[in-house]
Write a protein that binds this ligand. Sequence first.
Ligand SMILES: [Zn+2]
Length: 242
Amino acid sequence: MNPQKFSALTPKIVLGVAAHPDDLDFGASGAMAAFAAQGAAVYYLLLTDGSKGSADYHASTVDLIKTRQAEQRAAIQAIGAKDVKFLDYPDGELEVTMDVKRDIVREIRTIRPDVVITMDPSVLYSAEQGMINHPDHRAAGQATLDAVYPLARDHLSMPELFAEGYEPHKVATLLLINFNEQNFTVDISQTIDLKLKALEAHASQMPDVAKTQAMVRDIASGIGAKSGYQFGEGYIRIDIPA
Ligand SMILES: [Zn+2]
């Protein structure tokens, strides 16, 4: 994919939507920290309870949910985000339903972001990386795309929300996290350390934090180099005409 010409991105309000605690910190926390440093109000919306993220046969699900939510709260503090909301759908079972879409639309109409960041739902697998994309990641991305367009922007979509006072909202730009291809890079040279700190907060998910951080740093260095930055985060950027 050829790099496209984009105008500079200086959002006022940013909403990240993902399936699990740690997804946005791996994929987008460098950019979210950079936007926060520019003065944007940055919010996280997590769709599942993260209750399957443990290799410990004896871990209590209730404790795991609490731990992961606390870790996510620490991570958003590290990058200067304002708030995180958890919708608590069961981890591993997220589907693209009207209920999930309605919950996202409600947040979009409340927070009224100009930039929404989510996972690219078109990523099914990567044979090269030996990776199957988690079904929750795909569902979160698809439900978020559907919520941005058309559901959040038209008052006749989900009229029950309009009746409750949730005014329609047009999102200007979508940033899709896609580890395989990108058309836009955010310079995270000033915020790479905050990203690494945010990742460090997710201790329950990382047997070797330093190794994970080194890998993330390497990837950010490679992506940044293509755009002349020391460190970068790559996205598929979609600007939606008003
Ligand atoms: Zn995940």
